[in-house]
Design a protein around this ligand. Sequence first.
Ligand code: SD4
Length: 346
Amino acid sequence: MTDRRRFLKASVLGMSSPILAWAGKLTATTSARMPATSTARVVSTWDFGVAANQAAWAILGKGGHALDAVEAGARVPESDLKNHSVGKGGYPDRDGHVTLDASIMDADGSCGAVAAIEHIEHPISVARLVMERTPHVLLVGEGALQFALEQGFKQQNLLTPDAEKAWHEWQKTAHYQPSINSEVRDYGNPGRPGGANNHDTIGMLAIDAHGRMSGACTTSGMAWKMRGRVGDSPIIGAGLYVDGEVGGATSTGVGEEVIRNAGSFLVVELMRQGRSPHEACKEAVMRIVNKRREASKTIQVGFLAMNRAGEVGAYAIQHGFSYAVCDAKKQDALIPSQSVYTTSYS
Ligand code: SD4
């Protein structure tokens, strides 16, 4: 257990820390009332969101643009070789290929994405260039790689020895069956000790000091997936959606369920209708659960949202989802999300 997790766990038990008091407000049944729009803030999924937020804050704290902030933040887990769910070091598909998905979106609806791109460490930066330098939204596979190389990105091997070893271990018992639900054992464990199926996406949302909102999402997708499988993360409206007039949302977990329900778009539309970020995330999660009661017991989906006033909310199917919040007052807060199932699955 990391020091941070230990601290959070101790805090949850002791209910004494100021961070927990703040977190408690954020995770109350309605989102906390947050400072005015002009106050910069960045939020990210999972514990590795803390480091990503700090990179984003280096830009936001100086009055920089939210778009630059989320790109810089997303690049942190993309380069973290210990993170087996994002970027370089990510677990491969069942044939041993590391394929990456990423999307980026700005307040005015501009967006770009890449799916199933290989050999490029920073798909989020390629996604940004798809947005800025092409007439398209989404490039996939070979074409995405070709575009990245044309733009000067370097081709490299993303399959690290650790990830390759885990893939070989998986092959011993998996009978070539693509993975989809096995991650729940780790999601169900708040400590998530980093087992072979430990798997999460980073989704980030930022508001800068000028009130501009942007979002980013990047992942290596489900470990041991079928070759060619693409999840929710690069699909605008599924893994990420931002509307500067309302707010933004992003997701983690089983992408197929998020895509089926146009998850992040749904969260933003619910906020447009007046729901708080927390209420909107909860309603989107319940839409998935109510459609697939039995299946939902063994899968994880989590949504994270922030509205244009800077209010933050999250909700997940399984216990164990967390999100990081960073602003001028606090740089490293990690907050447990509420969930449908409140006890550990495993
Ligand atoms: C996907 N949503 O590819 C991503 C993966 C993920 O936790 O978030 N896993 O479906």
